[in-house]
Design a binder for this molecule. Structure first.
Ligand SMILES: Nc1nc2c(c(=O)[nH]1)N[C@H]1C(S)=C(S)[C@@H](COP(=O)(O)O)O[C@H]1N2
Ligand SMILES: [Mo]
Length: 162
């Protein structure tokens, strides 16, 4: 995977669609976070250490101006996988774009070079190989959500299936 060919896109309900290069992403304020990971099928992985940047900081660095009409976001990947989440979840103070796991580059099977990490929601929302955010006025189901998974997916409320 040549990271120099990575572009991360922002479109939909934004004042102007824009994109970021890998170099621009790497220049965003670095954050590490230790989080628990809950798969909807029942397993959890506790205390995993991730490195990257808060999505908030990424949006600021890219000068993305989210329209006041935006309420939801669809995360898109380099594969057909998509997942939807509320805008508040994307902007939460623990939601990140990650590229490191235990201080090492994130491996391809786990979503490298770039993965979305939403510790407040089930792990199916943690889009691997994430390539962009589409801002939406209305919620729309992503890959698993259109196959029966919950539209929101809060593990504490056990929001597994819709
Ligand atoms: N692009 C993409 N991201 C994805 C998935 C997928 O199929 N494609 N599966 C999701 C699900 S259901 C889970 S449980 C986690 C698994 O992450 P892991 O492979 O790093 O354990 O990734 C999530 N992100
Ligand atoms: Mo999962």
């Amino acid at each position: 995977m040549d990271v120099n060919s990575v572009t991360f896109r922002f479109w939909g309900e934004v004042l102007e669609p824009t994109e970021m290069t890998w170099q621009q992403l790497m220049a965003v304020k670095h954050t590490t976070l230790t989080a628990d990971f809950h798969c909807v099928t029942g397993w959890s992985m506790l205390g995993t250490e991730w490195g990257g940047a808060l999505v908030r900081d990424v949006l600021e660095a890219a000068h993305v101006e989210v329209s006041t009409s935006a309420r939801f976001v669809m995360a898109h990947c380099t594969t057909e996988f998509t997942t939807n989440l509320p805008l508040e979840a994307l902007l939460a103070d623990d939601t990140m774009l990650v590229w490191e796991w235990k201080g090492l580059p994130l491996t391809v099977p786990h979503g490298g070079p770039l993965r979305l990490l939403v510790p407040s929601l089930y792990a199916w929302k943690d889009a691997k190989w994430v390539s962009g955010f589409e801002f939406l006025t209305e919620d729309r189901p992503g890959f698993w959500e259109s196959r029966g998974y919950h539209m929101h997916g809060d593990p504490w409320k056990e929001e597994r299936y819709g």
